[in-house]
Design a protein around this ligand. Structure first.
Ligand SMILES: [Mn+2]
Length: 330
């Protein structure tokens, strides 16, 4: 395709799809070990992690986020082309130095503090992660779903060829014209906490001479960049909960048409991102939402998906037959 570096087109094989593991190292290992066994036996060819592999949701639980990411890096080296990690909103915010929180829990500082010497390898992994997988089965996979913005051709082209570097070029050009000390002051005044304290807390910078010291400011400018907004909307979409079922069905079909370009028609979209009762649910006829970890309600109902990427999936019932319970993965 026209340089679609954010869309992976899979060859024939059996794919295992897991969603939103959120820093649960024990759970990750169960899925990983199951994949490795089946992979070695020639039964499963792909391990697809749909993003949000990081950030333990429960603040009191041990956070295995870094362990998971380093393990994925290792796995990608051991099994070239077999392990596909898609970008989720929880990974994205680290590329852009944007603190992410829900209710009172701020997710990002724990991971930033843990990065240490691994910062560069982890962030460059995040920056190269694709956003979509498509298959000859007619099944596409992404983190969250079909954002309304992607029903516009020009936006789809920008997302499929997305370049984080160009966002930072624009951000740095803007910052170069500013009085940085005043911006830091403004940032501090907003929350009443000195800039230095916040830079240390949110981004684990060592001090004012750290080249990352102004990354919080870069994050602020990034959030008003149009490409950043488009990516944010793509990875944070709440799907039918945001647009209603009817409109979501329209946006979903539009995205599937785009993903079909010069390829097999894409009929179904698989994603996670949103909590699901009993671990899986069909939305707007063509979207299979899966919760492989903490998003499953109750957690023991978590599911993962197996499907043959080379065999056309004719209806959603056929796709659902590939669902398996976390309980089967030991
Ligand atoms: Mn998510």
């Amino acid at each position: 395709m026209e340089n679609w570096q954010r869309v992976v087109t899979l060859s024939d094989g059996v794919a295992m799809v897991v969603t939103d593991l959120h820093g649960d190292w024990q759970l990750y290992q169960r899925y990983r070990d199951w994949f490795i066994r089946r992979h070695k036996a020639g039964e499963v060819q792909y391990f697809i992690i749909t993003g949000d592999a990081i950030h333990r949701v429960e603040p009191e639980a041990p956070d295995g986020s870094l362990q998971i990411v380093l393990d994925v890096l290792q796995l990608q080296e051991t099994y070239p082309g077999a392990v596909i990690y898609l970008l989720g909103n929880h990974e994205m915010v680290h590329i852009y130095h944007v603190p992410l929180s829900k209710n009172d829990h701020v997710f990002t500082p724990r991971f930033e503090a843990a990065l240490g010497d691994y910062r560069q390898s982890v962030l460059s992994l995040f920056a190269r992660l694709p956003f979509f997988v498509r298959t000859k089965a007619g099944v596409s996979i992404t983190h969250a779903g079909a954002a309304s913005a992607l029903s516009v051709d020009e936006n789809v082209a920008r997302i499929f060829t997305f370049d984080h570097e160009s966002v930072f070029e624009r951000v740095n050009a803007l910052l170069n014209e500013k009085d940085i000390e005043r911006l830091r002051q403004g940032y501090a005044n907003f929350s009443g906490v000195p800039y230095a304290v916040q830079a240390k807390h949110y981004l684990a910078v060592s001090g004012a001479d750290d080249p990352r010291y102004d990354d919080l400011l870069r994050g602020v400018y990034a959030t008003s960049d149009p490409d950043f907004e488009l990516l944010w909307n793509t990875l944070f979409t709440r799907c039918e909960k945001e647009y209603g079922n009817g409109d979501y069905g329209i946006f979903l079909n539009a995205l599937l048409v785009k993903l079909s370009h010069q390829f097999v028609p894409q009929q179904f979209l698989v994603a996670g991102h949103i909590p699901v009762r009993k671990g899986a649910k069909v939305v707007a006829r063509r979207h299979l939402r899966i919760a492989s970890g903490v998003h499953a309600v109750p957690p023991a109902s978590a599911q993962f998906l197996l499907f043959d990427t080379g065999r056309p999936v004719r209806n959603v019932q056929m796709l659902r037959k590939g669902l398996h319970s976390v309980v089967d993965v030991r």
